[in-house]
Design a protein around this ligand. Structure first.
Ligand SMILES: Cc1cc2nc3c(=O)[nH]c(=O)nc-3n(C[C@H](O)[C@H](O)[C@H](O)COP(=O)(O)OP(=O)(O)OC[C@H]3O[C@@H](n4cnc5c(N)ncnc54)[C@H](O)[C@@H]3O)c2cc1C
Length: 326
């Protein structure tokens, strides 16, 4: 079956509409995907996951930050998270996005802040993964990873996206580091000269990258909810004769919890747990991915447009998303 990787016309429609959705509606739609706004919310969520036999990677929401003066606060928020993981003996590590440290406006300042944070993480023995953002950042992020490794910060990992034409080359280019890699399809929609557009091609690329990474000894976080890819991954680890500590599955909080719990009976499964008050960008990407939200998004956008055009009384946002169990 061939289908568009972006969800076709519908995906593009929702993608355009998502930024128009009122904040309270975004918050309600996003609630299954986000632990809450405070560190305590994340700790409580991780404890629950741990009790269910799942581990976690915790991300503090906030991306595309343009004010590098916020870096000190971001580093100190991450340090508090690292200390909570250690103090509460959570089975969790940490994920971060370079743009949360202002990388889009000042890469050097963001790199200094990330290095400070990673140094503290290394002292506490907590692993940190650098998330991958859109393709304009891939070169810089991989170069950052290489520099961090060269300074002895080994408890760090990177992300590769099977959507990108370049990614098989990146597997090869990073081989000397035997990197710890999260492998995912890639959430950012890229132009045809940068990213594969065909769903099955992205899957094929994922399978090929996975086999090459595993067979060269990389620890791989297999980040997908796609059952086809999970079956292919299970086949690859079996054929390569790998033990369960050579890889893990990774899923997002709020997505396919049933599948996560089933896999966790025999495999390590890590859940991505975002928290924080800055949920807009993360939530809008989740909305683009989830067709079940279409009706709610469409409804909310219509209300906003009607309000803007003065064609009716101001509509009140409600929390209907929660009632619908999304
Ligand atoms: C732990 C983790 C970390 C990630 N880190 C990054 C990163 O650093 N950079 C990056 O670009 N991307 C990242 N991603 C996102 C990833 O690239 C994909 O966009 C996302 O996982 C959806 O792809 P999929 O493989 O699950 O397949 P899809 O074909 O998109 O989904 C397969 C099935 O999963 C379910 N599903 C998927 N998403 C949702 C959703 N939002 N709501 C409800 N159901 C859903 C549906 O049943 C769907 O049919 C990460 C994903 C995970 C799981």
């Amino acid at each position: 079956m061939t289908r568009s990787a972006s969800g076709g016309a519908f995906g593009r429609m929702v993608s355009v509409a998502a930024p128009l959705v009122p904040g309270p509606v975004v918050k309600a739609l996003a609630s299954p995907y986000i632990a809450g706004s405070r560190l305590e919310d994340a700790v409580r969520t991780v404890k629950g996951l741990n009790r269910a036999g799942l581990c976690a990677t915790v991300d503090i929401l906030g991306e595309s930050v343009e004010d590098e003066s916020r870096n000190d606060m971001t580093v100190s928020d991450y340090k508090a998270l690292l200390e909570a993981i250690t103090a509460d003996r959570l089975d969790a590590n940490v994920s971060l996005k370079p743009s949360a440290f202002g990388s889009t406006t000042n890469w050097d300042a963001s790199e200094a802040a990330i290095t400070a944070m990673l140094t503290h993480a290394a002292e506490l023995g907590v692993f940190v993964r650098i998330d991958m953002e859109d393709a304009t950042t891939t070169d810089a992020t991989l170069a950052l990873y290489r520099r961090l490794r060269s300074t002895g910060l080994t408890g760090t990992g990177v992300v590769l996206q099977s959507r990108l034409w370049r990614s098989l080359g990146d597997v090869q280019a990073l081989a000397d580091l035997t990197p710890n890699v999260r492998l995912c399809k890639g959430i950012y929609l890229e132009k045809p000269d940068v990213g594969l557009q065909d769903y099955d091609a992205i899957r094929a690329s994922f399978c090929e990258m996975l086999r090459r990474l595993l067979s060269r000894g990389s620890y791989v976080g297999i980040a997908t909810h796609d059952e086809y890819l999970i079956v292919e991954a299970l086949r690859a680890v079996s054929e390569l004769g790998l033990s369960p500590d050579a890889y893990e599955f990774q899923m997002l909080l709020g997505v396919r919890g049933d599948l996560a719990r089933t896999l966790a009976r025999e495999h390590r499964v890590r859940i991505y747990v975002p928290y924080g008050s800055d949920a807009a960008a993360y939530s809008q990407r989740r909305m683009r991915e989830n067709p079940a939200m279409a009706g709610l998004v469409g409804h909310a956008v219509m209300r906003k447009l009607i309000r803007r055009n003065g064609a009716g009384p101001a509509a009140h946002c409600d929390d209907s998303a929660k009632h619908k169990g999304l």
